[in-house]
Design a protein around this ligand. Structure first.
Ligand SMILES: [Zn+2]
Length: 64
């Protein structure tokens, strides 16, 4: 009997962020909020998308 009851590793809501941000063209690693057009560093190797998620909570234009 193997103990494989652990939850399968599933990606967090990673993809959804790109419904709200647009990546700039390389070599830029920034992304732009499509709602308020603010730019954020979004280097996936360094920052990941956590900053972008943080912005979504604060984005004024999202609430309209
Ligand atoms: Zn925004």
């Amino acid at each position: 009997m193997e103990n494989n009851a652990a939850a399968p590793s599933r990606p967090r809501e990673r993809a959804k962020i790109w419904d709200h941000f647009v990546r700039e063209h390389p070599p830029s690693t920034h992304a732009k909020c499509i709602h308020c057009h603010m730019r954020f560093a979004a280097d996936p190797l360094r920052h990941g998308s956590s900053r972008l998620y943080a912005h979504l909570k604060n984005c004024r234009m999202m609430r309209n």
